[in-house]
Design a protein around this ligand. Sequence first.
Ligand code: AP5
Length: 220
Amino acid sequence: MKIAMLGPVGIGKGTQSQQVTQRLNYTRLSTGDLVRDHIEADTELGRELEGYYERGEPVPDDVIMDLVRPHLNPAGAWILDGFPRTMAQVHALEEELEKRHIGLDKVIVLEGPSDEELIERITSGRRQSLATGRVYHTEYDPPPNPGEGWDPGPFVQRDDDKEEALRRELEAYHEEAEKIKEYYDEQGILAVVNADQDVPDVTEDIIAALGYPEERTPRA
Ligand code: AP5
């Protein structure tokens, strides 16, 4: 299955796409991670992208397409995290997939919490494991206790976890979201999932929306 997972900043795209890939043995491709990888590696492109990233502004569509294109593997099951997020990206993705004789099977859109709740979620304690890249929250989705035998620390806070950047990201998201939803709804592949629930409940709803009966869900 080829899936895209969309939603505003902080809704849980990273968290849920990581859970789903682990449960279903999918491959995950996050455009945010591709951008961060270039910034961290201090490549020429990374230095160009840093300003957009830290301001919470969308990276230009053609740059995002150049980053994504090599990863659109016709074989296997994958999930796109945070892409496509503009109508230009929707059409460019479709063109690329057509060349490979494939298409998206499902577009999951996470919705529920208000913009203020999303900003609170992130600024109150989002932490990312340096060991695994897994996203946690100090209160809502805490990492395992090192005493339990598995320690994914150390943890870092992202450079774009600042209120001003988050507000810009939310604004950019709302400008495009309804058009994108309408487009995929007309294609009959849209599924809106309530993200205003605990993390495991959201995961179950996504797995169900993908059409996997609970008892047959393969586990990692
Ligand atoms: P990207 O990294 O994709 O960031 P984003 O879309 O802003 O989303 P986030 O990763 O910040 O949030 P999330 O929805 O993944 O939530 P998370 O799981 O972390 O993009 C970053 C930047 O790169 C963009 O600003 C842009 O510059 C550029 N970019 C990337 N893709 C692009 C594209 N396609 N086009 C143009 N530019 C692009 O969860 C958030 C927190 O909440 C965590 O602490 C988590 O533990 C917690 N949490 C998760 N679920 C729940 C729950 N159910 N209840 C309570 N807490 C929860």
